[in-house]
Design a protein around this ligand. Structure first.
Ligand code: NDP
Length: 275
C-alpha cells in the first residue's frame, strides 16, 4: 500500500493529505467506525464539537494502540461558543471528551457573520495555540472577505481553511486566496455526500481507469493539492476511499472534472449561515 503524502502547514506542522471524516456518525458507533478507519490505514481524523462524537474518536485513537504522535486529530469550535471565554472553555471540553492532552488542529467551524465577531474568537484560538495545546489553528467556511478581515486584525495566519469543495463546487476563488496567504485548503464533503457519484463524466473516467467514481473524485482532490477526509460508515467504502495512491489522472481528466463546476452547495452558504 502506498503511503499517504503529508502536506506541510504554514507553521511546519505536517498533516496527512487524506483523512477520515466523522460528520453524522452517531456517537455510539463512532469508536468502532473510527477504529475501522485507523485499521485501514487512516492517520488523520476530522471531528467537531457539533458532531457530538468526540468521545468515540478519542476512544478509538487510544484503543488503536497507535502512538498519539502518529494520528492527526482535528476538532472545531461549536457555533454557540464564539465569545472569548466560551471558546477557551469549549476547547478544554474538547480535550476532556477526546481524552487527549492536545489537538493537532483546532478550527473556528463557521464565521457566523450575524453573531458577534470572529476576530475575538480567533484571539482565543491564538491563546490556545501559544499554550501548545493545539499544534495548529485554522478556520472553516471562511470566504475571502472573512480571511482578509482576520489577516488585517490578528497575528497568527490560519494554517487551514476547511471549505466545501467537490466537482460541482470547485471554489477556485477561495482556494486562490488561501494559497496566496499560505493557508492550506481542506475540502469538506469531497464527494458531495455521494451526489457526484452518478455523474456521467466521472463514471466514464472511472470506467476507463478501472476505479470507482468515489476514488476518481478523491484522486482529483489529491492531485489539486487539497486535504480531504471522506466519511463512510461502511468498512468496504472506508477501505476503497483510502486506496488512492497507485493511480493517476491525466491533465485532461482533471480538467474535465473541474469543468463540472456549477457552484452548487450541498451545505449552507457561509455568508448567510448563522448556526
Ligand atoms: P462526503 O462527501 O464524505 O460523503 C459521505 C457520504 O458518501 C456518506 O453518505 C457515505 O455513505 C457516502 N460514501 C462515502 N464513500 C463512498 C463510496 N466510496 N461510495 C459510495 N458512497 C460513499 O460527506 P461529508 O459531509 O461527511 O464530508 C466529509 C467530512 O467533512 C465530514 O465527515 C466532516 O468531517 C467534514 N465536514 C465539515 C464541514 C464543515 O462545516 N467544516 C461540513 C460537512 C462536513 P456511508 O457512510 O453509508 O458509506
Amino acid at each position: 500500500m502506498t503511503a499517504v503524502p503529508d502536506i506541510t502547514l504554514n507553521n511546519a506542522v505536517r498533516i496527512p493529505q487524506l483523512g477520515f471524516g466523522t460528520f453524522q456518525i452517531p456517537p455510539e458507533e463512532t469508536r468502532e467506525t473510527t477504529l475501522a478507519a485507523l485499521e485501514a490505514g487512516y492517520r488523520h481524523i476530522d471531528t467537531a464539537q457539533m458532531y457530538g462524537n468526540e468521545k468515540g474518536v478519542g476512544q478509538a485513537v487510544r484503543d488503536s494502540g497507535l502512538d498519539r504522535a502518529d494520528v492527526f486529530v482535528t476538532s472545531k469550535l461549536d457555533n454557540g461558543a464564539h465569545a472569548h471565554d466560551d471558546a477557551l472553555q469549549a476547547f478544554d471540553r474538547s480535550l476532556e471528551e477526546l481524552g487527549l492532552d492536545h489537538l493537532d488542529l483546532f478550527l473556528i467551524h463557521w464565521p457566523l457573520p450575524g453573531r458577534g465577531d470572529f476576530v475575538e474568537t480567533w484571539k482565543a484560538l491564538e491563546e490556545i495555540y501559544r499554550s501548545g495545546r493545539a499544534k495548529a489553528i485554522g478556520v472553516s467556511n471562511f470566504q475571502p472577505h472573512h480571511l482578509r478581515r482576520l489577516l488585517e486584525s490578528t497575528d497568527v495566519v490560519p494554517a487551514v481553511n476547511q471549505i466545501e469543495v467537490h466537482p460541482y463546487l470547485t471554489q477556485d476563488d477561495v482556494r486562490a486566496v488561501d494559497a496566496e496567504h499560505g493557508i492550506a485548503t481542506e475540502a469538506w464533503s469531497p464527494i458531495a455526500q455521494g451526489k457526484v457519484l452518478e455523474d456521467p463524466t466521472i463514471n466514464r473516467i472511472a470506467q476507463r481507469v478501472g476505479r470507482s467514481p468515489a476514488q476518481v473524485t478523491l484522486r482529483w482532490h489529491i492531485q489539486r493539492g487539497d486535504i480531504v477526509f471522506p466519511k463512510s460508515a461502511t468498512k468496504k467504502r472506508i477501505e476503497e476511499n483510502f486506496d488512492l495512491f497507485d493511480f493517476e489522472l491525466s491533465e485532461g481528466d482533471l480538467g474535465e472534472i473541474s469543468a463540472l463546476n456549477r457552484d452548487e452547495r450541498t451545505g449552507p452558504d457561509p455568508d448567510r449561515f448563522n448556526g
